[in-house]
Structure formats: structure tokens, C-alpha cells
Design a protein around this ligand. Structure first.
Ligand code: GCO
Ligand code: MG
Length: 402
């Protein structure tokens, strides 16, 4: 088989997506997601200017060699732009392999290891009462695991809580907006939220919470300790992870499980966290972490240390990444949970797919390849629009992690 053409489709069906379509001389094509929220055009340029000309004429079955060519061959390594671009190629090639062999991608990764992938979705509210209603609503829909975020009293906006009447979407059109943050108010509030949720909802529902990199290690340790009575499934990204040894301090103080890594883009970002067993779940997902080829190595390494996957699955990861993550999660042994933040109706129309949700679990479907397509005519009606992630400042104006 030979790759004959590759092109990008950049569209904005309610939010921006960058999609790579690779074609072969047999007429089989594959799709890869190259979306990096707020930095979409940088990845598009990396692909267009530097990668796509190099893959024409290659054998799409050679996913390992092509991966090494794009990673090692570039000399400049890692980083979200590079790794998202490599991921787009890699995922499109796995899609082609599946279609060429007439089998779903999960069969190429080990076959079905479970009946479905446990997923968690997002609940949020301006206050505790609204957050409780929102968790209940998702439990009624069948979810067994729900992430809960609520407005922190005394702050005009809080991470994960949408503006009234809208559904939560991290990026906003235009240049970055600014929000205010207070660690003190948050740390006093968070345990009261989860106490209420546990008392009202009982012991069975898995409750998750995203700290979004906002604490120092000792603050995160206090949070984890204060949440222990409510036995969360995890706290996510309790502090920034550039300094991997930060997590040692959290670990020394709390048994609340820890998930991190949605901003990671290679196994090296989590190498120490995994081998010292400082985290329980690794969140680096397929699109930002070099594709299926590199995610498999990361998950296999993590398996040795009892670390399971809990892949990022926000709306800025396209349905192609969602499908890839579900094929992957169905096949590997150390799957933990998969995030499922619903795409808009329009996004789902642009990317028709075979994956489905039933009683708390998702399945990628049995179509050959990834089982996702793109409606290019509809996509063209929704062109790219600049959008940015917000930034956060402390109450005294100091810039802090959003
Ligand atoms: C999550 C997230 C996201 C990110 C977003 C950034 O789902 O856990 O933290 O919502 O903020 O993906 O692009
Ligand atoms: Mg997160």
C-alpha cells in the first residue's frame, strides 16, 4: 500500500477542529485529529509545511517506522505542537490499517479486553445545590462516574462552571478572557461540596474532581486529605507537573487517588510519576501524546507500576480522538476510565461515528478502522474562528495557572 495524498480540514462546528485525511492508492483513507485547543493553526502549519510532504509514497502499514521518522527524524523533539501533529498521522494510519484489514482498530491492539469502557461525564453548578442536581441528572442518564465542579463562594467565576444557560466549553471565541482565583476560598469550599454529594447520593457513584493545576503540592495534600471521607475516584491535576517530584509530597499525605497528565505529550513527562507510583491514573491522551503508537508504549509502561489510564476527553478532542481512545481503552489491560464530555449536536453531525453509550459504558463500535467519518461539505460551512483558553489571576492580580 502507498500513501498518495494528505490534506487538512480545519473547521469550527461550534468549536475549532483540525482534521487530517490521508489517502492511499487503493482508495482507502484514514482520519486523524490534530486539534490543540487555542493553538490549532500552529499544528496545521507543522503538518502542512513539514510533515505531509514527507509521508507521500510511504507504506501506511509502517506505523512504527513512520512514527520514529517523524519523532527522531525531526531532531527537535516533543512539545504539544509536534506531538499532536505526529498523533494525527499515526491515528490516520491506524484507521487505514483497520479499514484495509476490514477490522476495528481495537482488534489490532489486543482485541476486546472488556465489554465497554467505563466513562465519566461532567456535572457542574453555580452552587452546591445546582451541582447536586447536575450529578443526579447524569446518574439518571446512566452514568456511573461523574466529575463535579461548583462555583466557589466569593469568586465571580470558577473553573468548569459555565456562564448561565450555556454548556461548559473551555475555549472562548477571540483573545483570552481573564478570571480570578483564590486558593484559600477554594480549599475551604471543596470539602463542603463533596460532603453534600456523598450524603445525598450514597456510596456507590464514582465522584471525580478537577483541580486544574491550581495548587502547590502542600495545598494539594491538604485537599486530598480533606476529601478522604468522601472517597473520590480521583482528584485531577492537583498541581502543575513540570516538577514531577511535587507529587511525592501529595502522596505522603493522602490516600485520595491522583490523576494527571492531560497536558503531557510524551511518556517522558510521566516517567518519574509512573515509576515511583506517585499517580494512579495517567491522562495523556492519543491526540496530544503522539498517537496510538506512543500511547500504547505509555500504557504498557504504566501497567508495570499499577497505573491505569484515565484519558482526557474534553470537547476540544474531536470525535476522532474519542473513537481512538475507546478502541484503545477496550483493548489494553490497564484501562481505568475515559472522560466523556459531550460534543455539540453540530460537531457530531460533522463527524458521524459508530461509538455509543449504554448504562455507564461506551463502546467504539465494530466498523472497520476507527468508525468515524467527516462530512466535508458541512465542515466547510463552519470555518475556523479564533478562540482562546482563559487565563487566571489571583485576587491581587498575580498571574496564576488557569
Ligand atoms: C478536562 C479539562 C479540560 C481542559 C481543556 C483545555 O476535561 O479535564 O481539564 O476541560 O481545560 O481540555 O483545552
Ligand atoms: Mg482536566
Amino acid at each position: 500500500m502507498k500513501i498518495t495524498a494528505a490534506k487538512l480540514i480545519i473547521c469550527s462546528p461550534d468549536r475549532n477542529f483540525v482534521t487530517l485525511r490521508i489517502e492511499t492508492e487503493e482508495g482507502i483513507y484514514g482520519l486523524g485529529d490534530a486539534t490543540l485547543n487555542g493553538r490549532e493553526l500552529a499544528v496545521a502549519s507543522y503538518l502542512e509545511d513539514h510533515i505531509l510532504p514527507c509521508i507521500i509514497g510511504r507504506d501506511p502499514f509502517q506505523t512504527e517506522d513512520i512514527w520514529q521518522y517523524l519523532y527522531r527524524g525531526a531532531y527537535w523533539r516533543r512539545g504539544p505542537v509536534t506531538m499532536s501533529a505526529i498523533a494525527a498521522v499515526d491515528v490516520a494510519l491506524w484507521d487505514i490499517k483497520g479499514k484495509a484489514l476490514n477490522t476495528p482498530v481495537y482488534n489490532l491492539l489486543g482485541g476486546q479486553s472488556r465489554q465497554g469502557c467505563l466513562v465519566y461525564t461532567h456535572a457542574n453548578g453555580a452552587d452546591i445545590a445546582e451541582a447536586l442536581d447536575s450529578v443526579r441528572k447524569h446518574m439518571d442518564e446512566g452514568y456511573l462516574a461523574v466529575r463535579a465542579q461548583a462555583g466557589v463562594p466569593g469568586l465571580s467565576s470558577s473553573y468548569g462552571v459555565p456562564k448561565a444557560g450555556k454548556s461548559y466549553e473551555p475555549a472562548e471565541r477571540g483573545l483570552p478572557s481573564e478570571s480570578l482565583w483564590s486558593t484559600e476560598r477554594y480549599l475551604n469550599f471543596a470539602p463542603t461540596l463533596f460532603e453534600k454529594l456523598r450524603v445525598e447520593l450514597g456510596p456507590d457513584v464514582h465522584l471525580l474532581h478537577d483541580v486544574h493545576h491550581r495548587l502547590t503540592p502542600i495545598e494539594a495534600a491538604r485537599l486530598g486529605k480533606s476529601l478522604e471521607p468522601y472517597h473520590l475516584f480521583w482528584i485531577e491535576d492537583p498541581c502543575p507537573a513540570e516538577l514531577q517530584e511535587s507529587f511525592k509530597l501529595i502522596r505522603q499525605h493522602t490516600t485520595t487517588p491522583v490523576a494527571t497528565g492531560e497536558v503531557f505529550n510524551s511518556l517522558w513527562d510521566s516517567h518519574d510519576l509512573i515509576r515511583h507510583q506517585l499517580i494512579d491514573y495517567i491522562r495523556m491522551t492519543i491526540v496530544h501524546g503522539g498517537g496510538i503508537t506512543h500511547a500504547k508504549k505509555t500504557a504498557d509502561f504504566a501497567a508495570l507500576y499499577n497505573v491505569r489510564t484515565g484519558f482526557h476527553g474534553a470537547t476540544d478532542l474531536s470525535p476522532i480522538t474519542m473513537a481512538a481512545a475507546l478502541h484503545f481503552g477496550l483493548a489494553i489491560h490497564n484501562f481505568g476510565i475515559q472522560e466523556h464530555m459531550h460534543h455539540s449536536k453540530l460537531t457530531d453531525e460533522v463527524f458521524p461515528h459508530h461509538y455509543s453509550f449504554d448504562a455507564g459504558y461506551m463502546h467504539p463500535g465494530d466498523a472497520p478502522g476507527l468508525g468515524v467519518d467527516i462530512d466535508e461539505v458541512l465542515a466547510a460551512k463552519h470555518p475556523y474562528q479564533r478562540a482562546s483558553l482563559p487565563i487566571a489571576r489571583k485576587l491581587d492580580g498575580t498571574l496564576t495557572d488557569w
